[in-house]
Design a protein around this ligand. Structure first.
Ligand code: COA
Length: 166
């Protein structure tokens, strides 16, 4: 998925969710440096998780560099928990990988509760179903994401591997 801001790429994220699989992986996520810290990364991650839920996924996995506390904070705050570490996973930097897992059912309920507390309609369809089984009116959505027709690397303002989670 690509996050567009005024016709420019502000970020991208990728999910591996093979048809029929109950597991999925966040493979990459990055927001251009100038657009960070404004909720775009969280919204992009939520869009990936919503897509995973729509595909019938139960658990989402990812690896994140042990020296990346910002991404780890984002994942933990969405409910990912650490499963373990892969020593020396990222080379040539020789940095460990933190392996994390998220239960999507739990995430959907938490997202619905959080949206309800803010007085919003959940943007997530699974969360919306958890919050209210009746169809909810569409709230205005400030974020829009598109599925790219080509590899969304150029133009995101970050190094090609900056958003790699695997
Ligand atoms: C990780 C990344 C996608 C987050 O995107 P973002 O748009 O800046 O993040 P958001 O504004 O949505 O913030 C989400 C959470 O991230 C954490 N976070 C974001 N910026 C932070 C900072 N400067 N310091 C500490 N935590 C930070 C916080 O937990 C934040 O939640 P909060 O706002 O409720 O405190 C972005 O920093 C990025 O592109 N980093 C480079 C690529 C990368 O590391 N990708 C991850 C690979 S696994």
């Amino acid at each position: 998925m690509v996050d567009e801001l005024a016709g420019r790429i502000a970020g991208y994220a990728g999910l591996r969710a093979p048809r029929g699989s109950k597991d999925a992986d966040v493979q990459t996520i990055a927001i251009a440096e100038a657009s960070r810290g404004r909720g775009r990364g969280r919204a992009l991650l939520a869009a990936l998780l919503e897509e995973a839920a729509a595909r019938g996924v139960h658990e989402v996995f990812l690896e994140v560099r042990a020296d990346n506390p910002i991404a780890q904070a984002l994942y933990r705050s969405e409910g990912f928990v650490e499963l373990g570490r892969r020593p020396h996973y990222y080379q040539p930097d020789d940095v460990d990988a933190v392996v994390m897992r998220l239960s999507l059912a739990g995430w959907a309920v938490a997202a619905a509760v959080a949206a309800d507390a803010r007085g919003e309609t959940p943007r997530n369809s699974a969360a919306a179903a958890a919050a209210d089984p009746a169809p909810a009116p569409q709230a205005q959505d400030p974020w829009s994401f598109v599925r790219p027709s080509r590899a969304p690397v150029a133009g995101a303002g970050a190094a090609a591997d900056a958003g790699a989670c695997t």
